[in-house]
Ligand binder design. Structure first.
Ligand SMILES: *Cc1c(COP(=O)(O)O)cnc(C)c1O
Length: 359
């Protein structure tokens, strides 16, 4: 069977070896006579999976002991609410940097909880860049929230704001595990798994332990980070199958050589597509400004709607999946997460050259 040329933005391509490993254990995990999703979450076999997933994340991302690693449900979208519910205490202001649709959604949820302030925004220029200059922090700021990679617009923070004196909160749904990070620079990092980490159903939250004391007792149990921290993310039934697959993806990442090897691969893959755009003499137009370009989502358009439509149509005929840009931006988007094979990226670049030649 040929694997699809899957450029979907999420859920997205997973490593083939991970899927094969899961298949091998599908009916009979570790000689238990049960599938992973049939195991009790209080069972030793499952607890080992759970612990390994946490430890591998700690190891791969060099997460210090002063941080908790939590497994939640509800996607990154629930974190838009949980962050302000837990951290935006009375009289404080949630600061937000707007770099796209996801950041706007995060802000909207915070507005329901308390005071907010827009620290910087690139909305006025169609979110084509990351506003790294003139980031303003309000008085009584509780935190500064940003989206590390803008899945829809194809922009990415290359260097995060430093020395801001308040916790930096990052939605890393589409680039966690794709590049080196200094965890200590963040108060909270969260990510829905379905882009780089595994299947949908589990959300990873990495939180500085110190911040856990901000959550008020009035919060609903399942919306309080402490519930997860105090019970090793086993207060209620966790998404066991998703966490098992997350563990397999993390093992694959470690086997590959860890974050530095993955980062290098991602730089190479992105370069192949950006070169195809930059060498096209204006046939392909990148959405993002060069210094803000994402290594995960390459967004581009063609000179007119007709050619773009024809490009997408022909790409589909040749087996490329998921190249349509997000409905809010249009054009084309190639999502090339960790698990995207280099060969598939090369095939796309070759198709882009061929299409240009005949048009
Ligand atoms: C996909 C995505 C989300 C939404 O994630 P859900 O898990 O579907 O809630 C949020 N933020 C970013 C940056 C994303 O890429």
């Amino acid at each position: 069977m040929n694997r699809a040329l899957n450029f979907n933005a999420g859920p997205a391509v997973l490593p083939e070896t991970v899927l094969r490993e899961a298949e091998k254990n599908w009916l009979n995990f570790n000689h238990t006579g049960m599938a992973v999703m049939e195991l009790s979450h209080r069972n030793k076999e499952y607890e080992t999976i759970h612990e390994q997933a946490k430890l591998l994340l700690r190891e791969l991302l060099s997460i210090p002991d002063s941080y908790e690693v939590l497994f939640l449900q509800g996607g990154a979208s629930l974190q838009f609410s949980m962050v302000p519910m837990n951290l935006l205490t009375e009289g404080k202001t949630g600061n937000y940097i707007l770099t796209g649709v996801w950041a706007e959604k995060a802000l909207k949820e915070a507005e329901k909880v308390g005071n907010t302030f827009i620290s910087a925004s690139s909305k006025h220029q169609q979110y084509q860049s990351i506003p790294t200059e003139n980031i303003e922090v309000s008085e009584d700021a509780a935190y500064l929230h940003l989206t590390s990679n803008n899945t829809i617009y194809g922009t990415q923070w290359q260097q995060f704001p430093g020395n801001i004196g308040i916790p930096l909160i990052a939605d890393m749904s589409s680039d966690l595990l794709s590049r080196k990070l200094t965890i200590e620079n963040f108060g909270i990092i969260y990510a829905g798994a379905q882009k780089n980490l595994g299947p949908s159903g589990v959300t990873v939250v990495i939180i500085q332990k110190e911040l856990l004391s901000r959550s008020g007792n009035h919060l609903p149990t399942m919306l309080n980070y402490n519930t997860y921290a105090d019970h090793n993310s086993l207060y209620n039934t966790p998404p066991t199958l998703a966490i098992y697959l997350l563990k397999l993806v993390l093992e694959w990442a470690k086997e590959l050589g860890g974050i530095s090897v993955i980062e290098k691969r991602n730089i190479e893959k992105a370069k192949i597509l950006y070169d195809a755009i930059d060498c096209s003499e204006g046939f392909y137009l990148g959405h993002s400004e060069k210094e803000s370009r994402s290594k995960m989502n390459v967004t581009f358009n063609l000179t007119d709607d007709e050619t773009a439509k024809s490009f997408l149509h022909q790409a589909k005929e040749e087996g490329f999946i998921g190249l349509n840009g997000h409905r809010s931006v249009g054009g084309c988007r190639a999502s090339i997460y960790n698990a995207m094979p280099v060969e598939h990226v090369i095939q796309l670049a070759e198709f882009m050259k061929k299409f240009r030649k005949y048009n």
